[in-house]
Design a protein. Sequence first.
Length: 179
Amino acid sequence: MDSFESFIATVAGWVWGPPMLLLLIGTGLYLTILLKGLQFRVLPHALKLIFHKEPGGKGDISHFAALMTALSATVGIGNIVGVAAAITLGGPGAVFWMWMTGLVGMATKYGEAVLAVKYREQGEYGMRGGPMYYLAKGAGLPWLGWLFALFTACAAFGIGNMTQANAVAGILESTFQVQ
């Protein structure tokens, strides 16, 4: 069992270490430069669209509903337990890196949204799309779309629940010395 834990720790250290930080910030910086700081330039206009109704506007949902849908798909359990764990383990430096990845990550999220809209399809019950569609159609790799969908389904049944259960178990252990 110790060798398995050691293997997982090694893989986690590599995946979530400096290479991931460079990939996240590097991609975000590249897209920020390519888009000429779009996430900062259009912020006033975006806020205006969210809080003011557009009379006679077309579309299935309002601007506010679209924002809430996008946020619900982005903000998850990692933003609750993950932030607290990062600050506990990394100190003030963790806050700095979260801000940096957040600022340049907006350009990455914009890129994801553009790809999702470009490669979505009209289905029998409405629009359908997302990463599995733009990976399959945009990148021309249908197997990658299927793989993304498979990993997402596996994560839906385990990762979110395990994170919550681990957080509760940790609190019970530290507060009530429950083993």
